[in-house]
Design a protein around this ligand. Structure first.
Ligand code: HGY
Ligand code: MN
Ligand code: MN
Length: 411
């Protein structure tokens, strides 16, 4: 006899998805790869078993549809992403697809049709791991897909457009899955918090108030490669040392201001030989805040510092903005409904902002959005140590089912 109504099967499904990876050593499932297809096919089968019609859309998203009681029923969409970062945990994104799927399976088992249609979406490329540019799938559904993204390239020099073609999709048609404004009544995303707040407060679930806006920039510093043994220290144009000065400035500038954070997650020194002074350094900048003005002021200061360091070190720099999202408030009416759903489970809750970006923010131009956060162990995420409690998964799914069954469109 399973211990839980939902969590046993959900955790087994999450384990199964966690094994679909580009590497046998860690979880990494990126956009438009065989693993993307395998994961979507696996979830598509679970959707069919739950009585859903399944579609793989023009952008590479997976869409499951559980029709409402009437043909003109409004659509409540729920979901999250099925792609991962490199060396990922197995709950970031996936939980937000498996949970609404479990809710629909329960409705299907009981033969229940609601006054609204439910769509469960497994979004593609929320993380942007392969091409740097992220949110391609949810942008396409929201009608904000930027074809310039098709020019971004992966480490092998393959463009997103070429990857779409190799995947069997027409890059010129990516945006054709855009939904008409008004066609989706609301979007609800369940997601692990990916931070320590809920756990520190002893809470299993929280209601998200707003989702931080992020800017992602690729920085290229070009100096002069040289012999490590012969070029005197005062005559070098060392691209990596310039980059190192900038990295520590990012930390200094982004420390001490409430929700402002700055991260350099990727760094490459070229040509990458022990006895060669790096002629080139390429690194990523990720700057976020709950207010766009705070984020943009920090970004401007970092760009100014990059120019100063490069001038002093006689090296060149090139900045390429890969992604920008705006800080997104969640819908007050949906927040209240989410809070009411949590309280029906007899547990306390709180409201909190999201420092992480989510598909929900991308969908905000299309429809009212809301998120429920679920506690994760020590707040760890983007790390194989990501972990959840089965009791919390059960509670979160029962809450989501209550939200879904009692959903009313909001203005
Ligand atoms: O980067 C983020 O905030 C999210 O994990 N894509
Ligand atoms: Mn993530
Ligand atoms: Mn995520």
């Amino acid at each position: 006899m399973p211990a839980f109504r939902f969590a046993d099967r959900m955790l087994a499904q999450l384990d199964e998805l966690g094994r679909i990876s580009e590497s046998p050593d860690y979880l990494c499932r990126t956009f438009l790869t065989p693993e993307h297809r395998a994961a979507h096919e696996t979830v598509a089968q679970w959707m069919r078993e739950a009585g859903m019609e399944v579609e793989h859309d023009s952008a590479g998203n997976l869409v499951g549809r559980y029709a409402g009681a009437t043909p003109d029923a409004p659509v409540l969409m729920s979901g999250s992403h099925l792609d991962t970062v490199r060396n990922a945990g197995k709950y970031d994104g996936m939980l937000g697809v498996i949970a609404p799927l479990a809710c629909v399976a329960d409705l299907h088992r009981r033969g229940v049709r609601l006054p609204h249609t439910i769509e469960v979406v497994g979004f593609a490329n929320e993380e942007g791991t392969r091409f740097g540019a992220s949110m391609a799938g949810s942008r396409a559904i929201a009608g904000t897909f930027d074809p310039a993204m098709l020019e971004t390239k992966d480490k092998q020099g393959v463009s997103m457009g070429e990857a779409y073609r190799a995947f069997g999709l027409d890059p010129a048609q990516v945006g054709s899955c855009a939904r008409r404004p008004g066609s989706i009544a609301a979007f609800m995303e369940l997601h692990i918090e990916q931070g320590p707040v809920l756990e520190n407060k002893g809470l299993a679930l929280g209601v998200v108030t707003a989702i931080s806006g992020a800017r992602r920039i690729r920085v290229e510093i070009t100096g002069l490669a040289g012999h490590a043994g012969t070029v005197p220290m005062g005559q070098r144009q060392d691209a990596l040392v310039a980059a190192a000065e900038i990295v520590t400035y990012v930390e200094t500038r982004c420390t001490g201001t409430e929700t402002l954070v700055g991260t350099v997650g990727m760094m490459e020194a070229l040509p990458g030989a022990m006895n060669v002074i790096p002629g080139k350094a390429v690194f990523s900048l990720d700057i976020r805040a709950a207010e766009d003005s705070v984020r943009d002021a920090a970004a401007d200061d970092v760009f100014a510092e990059i120019a100063r360091v490069c001038a002093r070190r006689n090296v060149e720099h090139k900045l390429t903005e890969l992604y920008r999202s705006t800080a997104t408030p969640c819908h007050p009416g949906l927040m209240d409904a989410a809070e009411a759903a949590i309280k029906t489970q007899g547990v306390p809750t709180m409201r909190l902002p999201s420092g992480a970006g989510h598909d929900a923010a991308t969908l905000a131009p299309l429809c009212p959005v809301a998120m429920i956060f679920m506690r994760c162990t020590r707040g760890i995420s983007h790390n194989p140590l990501e972990a959840v409690l089965a009791e919390d998964v059960e509670l979160a799914t029962a809450t989501l089912l209550h939200f879904i069954e009692n959903f009313h469109p909001v203005n």
